[in-house]
Design a protein around this ligand. Sequence first.
Ligand SMILES: O=C[C@H](O)[C@@H](O)CC(=O)C(=O)O
Ligand SMILES: [Zn+2]
Length: 279
Amino acid sequence: MVKNSEVRYAASPREVKKMDTQELRNEFLIEDVMTVDGINWVYSHYDRFMTAGVVPVNDVVLETVDQLKSEYFLERRELGIINIGGKGTVLVDGTSYILDNREALYIGQGNKEVVFSSESPAKPAKFYLNSTPAHKAYPTKKIGTSDVEVVELGAPETANARTLRKYIVNSVVDVCQLQMGMTSLKTGSIWNTMPAHVHDRRMEVYFYIDVPEGQSVCHFMGQTDETRHIWMQNEQAVISPPWSIHSGAGTSNYTFIWGMAGENLDYSDMDVANIPDLR
Ligand SMILES: O=C[C@H](O)[C@@H](O)CC(=O)C(=O)O
Ligand SMILES: [Zn+2]
C-alpha cells in the first residue's frame, strides 16, 4: 500500500477569516498537481474529494492509498479524468480508452485495474484526476470533444467572455456525484465565474491551465462579504469550500478545469452574488 496522499481538513469560515497569506495557501492551494510517473493525491475533507495529476512517461498503475482503507482505489469511488497533454491511454479492467488532448473519461465504481500510459514519451499525456465517493457502479464512458455540452458565457465589455465545456455532468454521463468541465477565457477576457456564486451543497476544485509564461491568475475565495485571494501559477489547483465563492482574474486569458461534488447533480444550482455586494 502506498502513502502518496496528503489530507486537507475542512476549515470553517471562522478560521479562514483569520488566516494570513501562507496559511491560506497551505490550506487551499495545491501547488504540484502533475506528477511524472506517479500520483500524489490531495484528499480534501470537503465531500472527500480527491485531486491529482499523472504524466505517464512510463506506465502508471492506479493504486489505493492508506486513507481509503480499501482493497483497490475504486472500491467505493468514481473517477473523472481530463487529458491536457499528448495522446494517452487509460486501461480499465481490460478495456483501453484512448484519450486525445482535451478528451475525458468517467470510470465507474468497482473497476479494479486502471493503468495510465502515453502514446509518446516525448509528448506524454497529462491526466488530471478528480475522484469522489460512489454508492453505485455506473458504466465507464469516454467523453470526446463532440460529446461535450458547450455554453458561451459573459461578454468582452465585462472582461468575462468565456466558453464553458461540460464533460462529466448528468446529461452527458451517469454519475453518483462527480461533475467536471473546462472553461476557457477569450483573448482580452480575464474574469471567470463573475458574477461569482456559492453552492453550499457542493464543494469545488479549480485547476488553472494555459496560463502563459510570466502571467498569473488571482483566485478569489471566501464568503461573499469576506473575500480573500490566492495568487496561482499555471497547472496549480485550489480547493473551494462549499461556503466559498470561487472566481478568478488573470493577468491574461487562461483555461481552468472545474470539478465538484456534493448534494445534487444540478449544475445550475448556484446562489449568484450581486457584484456590488462583494466585500
Ligand atoms: O459551479 C460551477 C463552476 O463554478 C464553474 O463551472 C463556473 C465556470 O466555469 C464559469 O462560470 O466560468
Ligand atoms: Zn461553482
